[in-house]
Design a protein around this ligand. Sequence first.
Ligand SMILES: [Fe+2]
Ligand SMILES: [Fe+2]
Length: 154
Amino acid sequence: MGYKIDFNESIPDMINRLKQEHVEFGLTLNNITKYNDENNINEAIETIHGMSELIIKHVVEEEARIMRIIMHNAKEESADSIKIMQEHNWVVDFLKHKLQNMGDEIHQRDKHLQQELEQEQEIRRQIREFITNLRNHFLEEQIIFPLALKTYSS
Ligand SMILES: [Fe+2]
Ligand SMILES: [Fe+2]
């Protein structure tokens, strides 16, 4: 993944920043939960999309720097950390693939709804046109009936 990692940032500084990012991600997740509960799927997807670059960068930094330190300095205690780092697989898979598919499906559905709306409007237009024309036709026939009556009586 082509994310530039700042190897000059000290490990304590980086850990503080990553912790701060967890807090900020948490706030954004609250918003996404709210949008999702309100059935505002577009906004939920849009918001996840908006945070995905930062999460992926965060994940890469954890693996490239934090895990490296652990593997070098605390390998015998690294089992749990390795397991937790493997969770990055579903995080990144969701952000890179599933989210895109969800977005495409929603887009397709919106397009479909738009088409249905247009079809419905066209049908309503045709019904209005039929009613107008039929009313007009009845008006036009007002000259036929007197003519027929006149012809019949003479
Ligand atoms: Fe993290
Ligand atoms: Fe992580």
